[in-house]
Design a protein around this ligand. Structure first.
Ligand SMILES: [Zn+2]
Length: 342
């Protein structure tokens, strides 16, 4: 079968002679129709970060990324019931393998979910990042009228914005921060009220102009109740890590900062506001099984438009070009299409 092979940072290629996986007990085999390139795959592609968590090795030694994909069940391992060949599914693997014609997926509610009628394989391949956003929203426990900031509006941050709107939450300003105009434009279309380009001046000052500055005994804030940090730390970005800016922005009391974006290196932070304002900093990774189902239901009902967030489609043979595109300024979500299905 065909499979992508991640060789070293900056180098990935397509192989044609990888062994097709056989299902172990409790696994099914998915014939992949569409597989997304994740932000974590890009961290790995740029710097090697998280490589051990993002790759599945074939017997030939090919290192296959891809953990968010959709396709059709073509084989059931021993002991699997409740699933059938021909069923359309979303698979999520903890360990890559999805950028290939076939991939083994363990049967459990975190990793395998059926696709409702009317949802395309491409859209369904974006289920996992939307579910990640739904968990972040749940953890943030947004209060009525709160101002919200989303750092990094790639597929994850855009999913947070879509999720807030699809759940009908009553928020104040919903501000997207990024360095790419194409992403900021998509954020406004997805339901953000304001877009801030971090390259066009100090982020705190730009947001303070929108929401107003509050001064008090515990410091200064830009009246932000919740910050979603979907950017983390990317070595080549100038300026302080978004987490430091989040600590400046956050309300004088009761704020929450939800961290999701990966860190490519150790970081240095001005932490005084953490003590003075005592916000809650929450990490978030993954989703609850119900959030996978909720994400797909939002697509089936038309409450979210995931197709509008797919900016590029590539054949698996062009995986190197696909990774280059995902790293480009105009990329939202890049999807690899295996031409064997849909
Ligand atoms: Zn991912």
């Amino acid at each position: 079968m065909r499979a992508a092979d991640f060789i070293d940072p900056g180098t990935i290629c397509a192989r044609t002679n990888a062994s097709r996986p056989e299902p172990l007990a409790g696994e099914i085999i998915v014939q992949v129709a569409a597989c997304g390139i994740c932000g974590s795959d890009m961290h790995m592609f740029r710097s090697g970060t998280y490589r051990d968590k993002l790759i599945r090795q074939t017997p030939e030694g090919y290192q296959v990324p891809g953990h968010e994909f959709a396709g059709t069940i073509v084989a059931l391992g021993p002991g699997v019931d409740g699933w059938a060949n021909g069923q359309r599914v979303v698979g999520v693997t903890g360990q890559g393998g999805g950028m290939a014609d076939y991939v083994a997926v363990p049967v459990n509610p975190y990793q395998l979910v059926a696709i409702p009628d009317g949802v395309s394989f491409e859209d369904a391949a974006t289920t996992e990042p939307l579910a990640d956003g739904l968990q972040m929203i749940r953890k943030a426990n947004i209060l009525t009228g709160e101002n919200i900031v989303v750092f990094g509006v790639g597929i994850i941050g855009l999913g947070v914005i879509q999720g807030i709107r699809a759940r009908g939450l009553d928020v104040g300003a919903l501000i997207a921060v990024d360095v790419h105009p194409a992403r900021l434009e998509a954020a406004l279309k997805a339901g953000a009220t304001h877009a801030v380009n971090a390259r066009e001046g100090d982020v705190f000052d730009q947001i303070g102009t929108i929401t107003g500055i509050e001064q008090g005994y515990s410091g200064t804030s830009a009246r932000i109740g919740v910050v979603f940090d979907c950017a983390g730390y990317i070595r080549h970005m100038p300026g302080p890590p978004p987490l430091e800016t989040a600590l400046r922005l956050i309300d004088l009391a009761g704020g929450r900062i939800v961290c999701f974006g990966g860190f490519e290196d150790r970081v240095t932070l001005e932490l005084s506001p953490l003590i003075q304002k005592a916000p809650t900093i929450l990490g978030s990774n993954g989703y609850a099984p119900e959030e996978l189902g909720e994400a797909l239901a939002m697509m089936a009902s038309g409450k979210v438009d995931r197709g509008s967030l797919i900016s590029h489609r590539f054949a698996l043979d062009d995986v190197a070009a696909a990774f280059a595109a995902q790293g480009g300024a105009d990329a939202l979500k890049v999807i690899l299409k295996m031409d064997s299905a849909e």
